[in-house]
Write a protein that binds this ligand. Structure first.
Ligand code: SF4
Length: 451
C-alpha cells in the first residue's frame, strides 16, 4: 500500500484520509475471487455515475448519487478492508479498461468524476494533505500578497455567490491549469496566474488526477499487450476480458413469482409490456412465421424469463413455424433448440435470457431481426416503431437525442417512461427487467382503478 500513499491512511502532516491517489499498484495479495468481486462492485459505482451523467443530472444531484453509490457498493465489514477494496478494485479495472481508446476514455471520465465528488466531501485539512501528496508546487498566497489583491478577490468571490473570511486560504497557479474555473469566470487572474480559493482547489487536483490516470492507462495498456495478457492467459486474462462487458444486474432465467403467462394472453402482453427489441421479434415471427437462430435465441430466452412454460413455448413456436416449414420439419429441426434453452437437451444448462449489453453488442446480419432497435435500426425505422408504441413527439426527440449519443439503454428508459407515464430511475439494463417493471406498473394501475 505504501506506494499508493505515504502511509496507509495518515499523510505526512498526520491528517487521516480514506481517499487514495492510486499513484502505483499496491503490493497486496488478492484472492482471485475478491479480484473479480471487488471489480464488479466498483463497476456498479462507475456505471451508476455514467448513467447519472447521461441523464444530465445537476452537480448537487450527482454529488448525492456518487456518495450513495459508493456507500452501497464499496462497504465492507472491516474498515481496513474498505481502503484495500478501493485500491484493488481501481487497479483491476485499470487492467480491464486500458485495452482500447474507447474503454480508456470512459474509465478516465468516470474515475475522475468519482474522485471529484469524494474529494469535495473531505475536510480542508485532508484536502491540503492530498494536495501535498500530489506534490503540487503551489504555496498558499502570503498575507502581504493577499492584502494587495484582497479587493479584487472579494469582487470575484461575490460575483460567484461566495464570501471570503479573513483566514481564507488562496493558491496562485498558472491559469491554464484550471481551465474549468477560467471558462466559468470563477477566478481572479493576474499576470497569467489564477488565484484559487481553498474550496476551488478540487479543480486543480482533478487536473492532476486526470493527467496521472490518463498516462497510467496508456502504460498499463503497453504492459497488458506486451506481457500480462500472455502470462495470465489461463488465469486473469479471461476475467479481465469478460469484465468490461459483464452484466451486473439480477438473473432473469426464472420468471417473477406467480408470473406464468398463458398463450392466449401473449399478444396483449407483447403489446403492453415487451421492450422494443422483443416487440419487433415477436411481430416479425407473427408476420414471417420464421426467425433465424439469433432471433429465436433472443426472443425464446426472454419468453422463458417472462414465464412461458416449456410446453407452451413449444406450442407457440410450432404454431408459427409449421405455417412456413411444416410441423414435421419443426419437430425435427427446431424443437430441439427450444428444449435446449429450457435445459432439457444437451448439457442441460438452464440458459439465461440476454441482457441489454449482450443484445446491443450483437451484430445482426441481413435477414436477422435480433439486436437492439435503438442501435441497429435506421433513424426512420426507429421513429416509426416508437410512434407505433405510442411515444409522443416531444419524448420521441429526447429518445432520438440519446440514440445519437449512443446511449441506447437510456433511450429505451425514456421510451419506457413515455409509454408508462412513470419514471424508471434504475434505467433499463435487461429486457426482462423492462417487462417486470412494466407489469408491476400495469398491475398497480389496475388495482388502484378497481379498489
Ligand atoms: Fe431491448 Fe435493452 Fe435495447 Fe431496450 S435497450 S430495446 S430492452 S436491448
Amino acid at each position: 500500500m505504501e506506494a499508493v500513499r505515504k502511509s496507509s491512511s495518515v499523510s505526512n502532516n498526520g491528517v487521516v484520509s480514506k481517499l487514495p491517489l492510486y499513484r502505483s499498484a499496491p503490493p497486496l495479495e488478492v484472492r482471485l475471487e475478491d479480484f473479480e468481486l471487488y471489480a464488479i462492485d466498483r463497476l456498479r459505482v462507475l456505471k451508476g455515475i455514467s448513467d447519472g451523467l447521461s441523464r444530465g443530472k445537476k452537480p448537487d444531484e450527482m454529488a448525492k448519487l456518487v456518495l450513495d453509490l459508493w456507500k452501497t457498493n464499496m462497504k465492507n465489514q472491516h474498515s481496513s478492508e474498505v481502503v484495500n477494496k478501493d485500491i484493488i478494485s481501481h487497479f483491476v479495472l485499470r487492467l480491464v479498461y486500458c485495452r482500447t481508446e474507447e474503454l480508456r476514455k470512459w474509465f478516465l471520465s468516470m474515475e475522475t468524476t468519482l474522485f471529484r465528488y469524494r474529494f469535495r466531501v473531505e475536510t480542508t485539512e485532508v484536502q491540503r494533505a492530498l494536495m501535498a501528496e500530489f506534490d503540487l508546487p503551489y504555496k498558499a498566497v502570503s498575507n502581504a500578497e493577499y492584502e494587495s489583491v484582497k479587493d479584487k478577490l472579494n469582487q470575484v468571490m461575490r460575483a460567484i455567490g461566495q464570501s471570503t473570511t479573513t483566514d481564507a486560504i488562496f493558491y496562485k497557479v498558472p491559469f491554464e491549469e484550471v481551465p474549468e474555473l477560467v471558462a466559468g469566470r470563477k477566478v481572479f487572474i493576474q499576470k497569467g496566474n489564477a488565484y484559487i480559493a481553498m474550496n476551488q482547489v478540487v479543480s486543480l487536483v482533478i487536473t492532476q488526477f486526470r493527467s496521472h490516470l490518463s498516462k497510467a492507462l496508456v502504460l498499463t495498456n503497453r504492459k497488458w499487450t506486451s506481457m500480462i495478457r500472455e502470462q495470465e492467459k489461463d488465469r486473469l486474462a479471461p476475467i479481465i476480458e469478460a469484465l468490461s462487458t459483464s452484466y451486473l444486474g439480477p438473473d432473469y432465467s426464472q420468471p417473477r413469482e406467480h408470473a406464468e403467462i398463458s398463450l392466449k394472453d401473449i399478444d396483449q402482453i407483447a403489446k403492453s409490456s415487451f421492450p422494443l427489441c422483443m416487440r419487433h421479434l415477436f411481430q416479425k415471427l407473427r408476420e414471417d412465421h420464421h426467425l433465424k437462430h439469433g432471433g429465436r435465441m433472443q426472443l425464446g430466452l426472454f419468453l422463458k424469463g417472462v414465464g412461458l412454460k416449456l410446453d407452451d413455448a413449444l406450442a407457440f413456436w410450432r404454431a408459427e413455424f409449421s405455417r412456413k416449414v411444416g410441423a414435421e420439419r419443426f419437430d425435427k429441426e427446431y424443437a430441439y433448440g427450444i428444449r435446449h434453452n429450457y435445459g432439457k437437451e444437451g448439457k442441460r444448462t438452464d440458459y439465461t435470457p440476454y441482457s441489454c449489453q449482450k443484445i446491443i453488442s450483437s451484430a445482426p446480419g441481413v435477414g436477422d431481426h435480433h439486436g437492439c432497435p435503438y442501435r441497429h435500426f435506421s433513424e426512420e425505422n426507429l421513429r416509426a416503431a416508437l410512434t407505433r408504441m405510442g411515444v409522443g413527439s416531444r419524448p420521441l426527440e429526447d429518445v432520438m437525442d440519446k440514440v445519437r449519443n449512443r446511449h441506447y439503454q437510456l433511450a429505451c428508459t425514456l421510451t419506457f417512461e413515455a409509454v408508462h407515464g412513470s419514471s424508471c430511475d434504475a434505467g433499463v439494463n435487461h429486457p426482462n427487467q423492462y417487462y417486470n417493471d412494466s407489469q408491476r406498473i400495469l398491475e398497480s394501475k389496475k388495482s388502484s382503478s378497481n379498489p
